[in-house]
Design a protein around this ligand. Structure first.
Ligand code: SAM
Length: 200
C-alpha cells in the first residue's frame, strides 16, 4: 500500500464516509468480484465529488429515469437521492448478495428500485439516463450497447449514458449510432464521457 497516497486521500475518504452515513452505513472499500468469469469488474464506489461533475455534465432532466448499471453498494444512488430526489432511479446489480444489501438499505425510498441480475437482460424500457462506473469488460459492454439500442428503439425521449472510468469506450466510439463526448474537467479523478444514442 502507498502510505503517502493514502494519507493524502484521508480528507476525501472522511468526506465520502460522512456522506455515506447519511444513507445508512459506510460503503467505502472495494470488494473483489466473484463474477469475473462473467466479465464483471470489482464492487467499488464512486467518489461523491466526481458524481456532481458527471451528472452536472449530463444535465439531469426532471423526467429522467436514471439507471445505475452495476449499482454495487449504491453510493451513486445516495448521491442521486440527495441531488435529484424527484427522479425515478433503477439500480441493477449482478452480485446477488451485494444487490440484496443495497435493496435492503434503500428500501424506504419508493422511487428507487433495485433489481438483481445481469443488467444487459433487464434494462427498463423507460430508462433515459444510464450511468455506468466501469461495471464490466468489453464483451459485456457490447451486449449492453445492443440491449440498450433494442430497448430504446422508437423511444420519444433522449437516451444518454454517463460513463465513468471509460475502459471500453471504443464500443461506442466505433458505432455510428452513438456520439461520444469526453468530459474535460481537471477535477474529475477518472476519465469519463457522456455518450448519446442518436435518435433514428
Ligand atoms: C464499480 S462497481 C459500481 C458501483 C456504483 N455504481 C457506484 O457508482 O458507486 C461496478 C458494479 O457492476 C456490477 N456488475 C458487473 N457486471 C454486471 C452486470 N452484467 N449486470 C449488473 N451489474 C454488473 C459489479 O458487480 C459491481 O458491483
Amino acid at each position: 500500500m502507498n502510505v503517502v497516497r493514502t494519507v493524502r486521500r484521508l480528507p476525501k475518504i472522511a468526506r465520502n464516509l460522512a456522506r455515506d452515513l447519511r444513507y445508512g452505513k459506510p460503503l467505502g472499500g472495494t470488494m473483489r468480484t466473484r463474477y469475473a468469469h462473467l466479465g464483471a469488474h470489482d464492487v467499488g464506489n464512486a467518489d461523491y465529488d466526481d458524481l456532481a461533475i458527471l451528472f452536472g455534465e449530463a444535465g439531469v432532466l426532471p423526467d429522467d429515469v436514471i439507471v445505475d448499471v452495476g449499482a454495487g453498494k449504491g453510493r451513486s444512488i445516495n448521491w442521486l437521492l440527495a441531488h435529484h430526489p424527484e427522479n425515478r432511479i433503477v439500480g441493477i446489480e449482478l452480485d446477488p448478495d451485494v444487490c440484496a444489501d443495497t435493496a435492503k438499505r434503500l428500501r424506504r425510498y419508493d422511487h428507487v428500485t433495485i433489481r438483481c441480475g445481469d443488467a444487459t437482460t433487464m434494462l427498463p424500457p423507460d430508462g433515459t439516463l444510464f450511468y455506468l462506473f466501469n461495471p464490466f469488460d468489453e464483451t459485456v459492454m457490447l451486449r449492453f450497447r445492443d440491449a440498450l439500442v433494442a430497448t430504446r428503439a422508437g423511444a420519444a425521449s433522449r437516451t444518454r449514458i454517463v460513463y465513468y472510468n471509460v475502459k471500453a469506450l471504443n464500443v461506442f466510439e466505433e458505432d455510428p449510432r452513438f456520439v461520444v463526448r469526453m468530459i474535460d474537467d481537471p477535477r474529475l479523478t477518472l476519465p469519463s464521457a457522456i455518450v448519446d444514442l442518436q435518435a433514428k
